[in-house]
Design a binder for this molecule. Sequence first.
Ligand code: PSU
Ligand code: MN
Length: 307
Amino acid sequence: MTGSITIETTREVAAALEDGRPVVALESTIITHGMPWPGNRDMALEVEATIRAEGAVPATIAVIDGRLHAGLDEEAITALAQAKDVMKLSRADLAFALSQGLTGATTVAATMMSAHLAGIHVFATGGIGGVHRGAETSFDISADLDELGRTPVIVVSAGAKAILDIPKTLEALETRGVPVVAYGQDEMPAFWSRNSGLSAPLRLDDPAAIARFEAMRRRMGGHGGMLIANPVPQADEIPAAEINRHIEAALATAAEKGIGGKAVTPFLLGEMLSLTDGASLKTNIALVLNNARLAARIAAALAAQAD
Ligand code: PSU
Ligand code: MN
């Protein structure tokens, strides 16, 4: 089910795709640029274990030495988690890394492209990229949003990262025709916290309902992706008031240092880690695990629907 490019899969992933069993794609930028070693490796392996415990198969996506992988074994994940100078690949540079024999980690955008090529319909991450604060002057809008508008993969996230401008991100998603579905609450979650003060455009409360919605979208034809915004569990959240103070400080440092382009998001996540004494990372890991669990259940509901 690949396009004209070869995708390296693990035997586990190949067998599940062949049998139409549930598979969940995972990105690798969160490993290489989103979290420090060795917590990043532990997170990646724990996410995979969570998906397997739900009866689905994990497929971590990355480019290694110019080859596109959907499914990495423990050794490959460990190597990637420690690798230095790994490229951060989005739609613009995925084919560049493949054509030049390079190693790169896939963002939400590049993971969606790859998952779709591999025939995987559901993808779990932490938080998508979006419209940055100050985008009216910087023009910094993540390619994740355009990808959601065009590529039919369900992305399960804890919303958009709270370092972003969430109202503008919701507007940009609406323009691109991307359904944004809050899971189990009316409010749009805000990554480290459950509340953003904004109501989500849509709400659904169970995986079967999400699968029915997706089936109807497919019948309409020409649909792109869908964003499931899954709030971080209450026990793990950092309340909005507390996290917002740190976000302001992190943004001020980034501006002072003139951080721009692809470096912005990794820099801000690193700043948040030190400003919160590691609490932001603990919450980030908890929300990714929570998203992986829901993604596996959605993949199972989609597979059951196809029977
Ligand atoms: N979710 C996380 N941590 C991350 C990311 C997502 O919990 O580091 C990554 C994703 O790969 C996403 C990227 O696509 O951050 C956004 O980068 P940018 O803002 O440069 O588009
Ligand atoms: Mn950007």
